[in-house]
Design a protein around this ligand. Structure first.
Ligand code: ZN
Length: 203
């Protein structure tokens, strides 16, 4: 089953996490997971620059260590980098000490303040051990990483689900379909009266 918006349960499990920014204004927040990637990152940065939009990149620690130039390009573009773990572990299936060590290892190359758990899964113990991090989840998942879903369906989800304060999760990977549709989505959102901002993670 594809869940385009986290269910009620997610908010109960992670009450301290940010899913949607409280605002009455038509503001959207773009986030890109799993990068950096030599194919998709430069393309995304170009498109974002064209539209003068800043985004939050939840980078994979391993990829960030491999591609420091891409990390620099993201930062130079005025974007923010968050921590998405080093090895993309599933918190529900990973021993807590191993999990925390993985996040700490990734923090050297990404962030020691903002974290998005891979798969959105974190145990209560892991959550407690990571309490110094601001946890950022999402309000809209477009399944751009899922080639069987297809770019047209992802575009339809994005157009239909956006609402004030939505945090949108997309993927900065070569296999993601997002680079083919993001331009059209940004134009649609802007023409619908939305603007894009960076999440203020320190409030
Ligand atoms: Zn991920």
């Amino acid at each position: 089953m594809r869940l385009f918006r986290p269910g009620f349960l997610a908010g109960c499990l992670y009450p301290e996490a940010l899913f949607r920014v409280k605002t009455t204004e038509k503001i959207l927040y773009l986030t890109f997971d799993d990068g950096p990637d030599p194919v998709s990152t430069p393309q995304l940065l170009d498109i974002l620059k064209e539209h003068d939009i800043k985004a939050l990149f939840f980078c994979n620690g391993g990829a960030a260590e491999t591609y420091p130039d891409l990390i620099n390009q993201i930062l130079k573009g005025g974007h923010l980098i968050g921590n998405h773990g080093y090895n993309h572990f599933d918190g529900w299936r990973t021993d807590s000490v191993k999990y925390i060590n993985d996040v700490t290892r990734a923090s050297k190359y990404t962030s020691d303040k903002i974290f998005r758990p891979p798969f959105g899964r974190l145990s209560f113990r892991q959550k407690r051990l990571l309490k110094s991090y601001k946890l950022v989840f999402w309000d809209i998942m477009a399944y751009d990483f899922d080639v069987t879903f297809g770019s047209e369906n992802s575009l339809r989800v994005l157009k239909k689900k956006i609402r004030t304060g939505s945090i949108i999760v997309l993927h900065d990977t070569a296999s993601s379909t997002i680079t083919s549709i993001i331009g059209e989505f940004l134009t649609f959102a802007i023409n619908s009266g939305y603007r894009f901002e960076l999440i203020n993670v320190f409030t």
